[in-house]
Write a protein that binds this ligand. Structure first.
Ligand code: GLN
Length: 198
């Protein structure tokens, strides 16, 4: 059974932990550098990426996180977690740090005021059984991806039609939306499979 950490500085840690456990992982919270060493993979939860950035710096976790990711540790980020995995961000706070790892540019709070929060079905490559229910909460979108990153999903209709909302690069997975809030564990199962196949 893979041991998957959930970065527990801020955000919807409990929901990700429950979804990972349902998907067959052994789950531990990660707040300290020592706890990071004990996990096979890491989930970066939804929440507020500026706060997560602050706390990662304050806890001395930013460089250790970058090192683990660079060494090939699988990671999955939803929403604020997607922002944390982006090599570059737009509309971030001036001193906002990301861990990086995925060759993509992510725009924070991209969907704008009237769509600050919305729900929509999302067809996700690699997930069978029909679209997943996409819960978008002041969500980012992926402005562009580099050659090494693979687009898994785009918004299907509406003003943001075609915008990229899920990306994979090797062992790294990111979604603009929050599968951890839906009770549908297919995305977490996909991630657990990614971890198992390492
Ligand atoms: N808007 C948040 C941010 O910039 C992300 C929101 C979320 O994770 N639901 O970090």
């Amino acid at each position: 059974t893979p041991v998957i950490g959930v970065l527990a500085l801020q955000g919807d840690v409990r929901e990700h932990s429950a979804a990972l456990a349902a998907a067959g992982a052994s789950v531990v919270p990660v707040r300290r550098v020592g706890e990071l060493a004990g996990v096979d993979a890491l989930v970066l939860p939804g929440g507020e990426s500026t706060t997560m950035s602050n706390l990662a710096v304050a806890f001395g976790l930013l460089e250790p996180l970058r090192e683990r990711i660079a060494a090939g540790m699988p990671a999955y980020g939803s929403c604020a977690g997607m922002i944390m995995l982006a090599d570059k961000i737009l509309d971030g706070r001036d001193d906002q740090e990301t861990i990086g790892g995925i060759d993509m540019i992510v725009r924070r709070n991209a969907f704008g005021r009237q769509n600050d929060s919305f729900e929509a079905p999302v067809d996700l490559a690699g997930v069978d059984g029909g679209p997943v229910h996409g819960v978008f909460i002041r969500a980012p979108w992926v402005e562009s991806v580099g050659a090494r990153a693979e687009v898994l999903a785009r918004v299907g209709s509406g003003p943001a039609e075609g915008r990229v909302v899920a990306v994979r690069q090797g062992p790294l997975l990111a979604t603009s939306f929050h599968p951890e809030l839906t009770g549908d564990h297919r995305v977490h199962r996909l991630f657990v499979e990614m971890v198992r196949s390492r």
